[in-house]
Design a protein around this ligand. Sequence first.
Ligand SMILES: [Zn+2]
Length: 69
Amino acid sequence: MQCAKRDELSAKAAHVLGVIVKLGNEQIDCLKSNDQKRLLEIDKELERQYGEKQRAFGALREHSKEHGC
Ligand SMILES: [Zn+2]
C-alpha cells in the first residue's frame, strides 16, 4: 500500500542509518590510526544518532500501526 507519510518516515529512518554507518566507518579509521580523541568524539555523536534512529523507527512503527499501511 502506497503511503506518502510512511515513505517520508521511512526515508528519515534510512538517512539516520546511513549516518550511523558512516560514523562507524570513521571509527574504524580512528582505530587503525589510533586517534583516540576523534574516536571518543564520534562515539558521542553515534550515541546521539542512535537516539535519533530510535525515534525515527518509533515514529514509523506508530504511523504504520495507526494508519494500517
Ligand atoms: Zn500511512
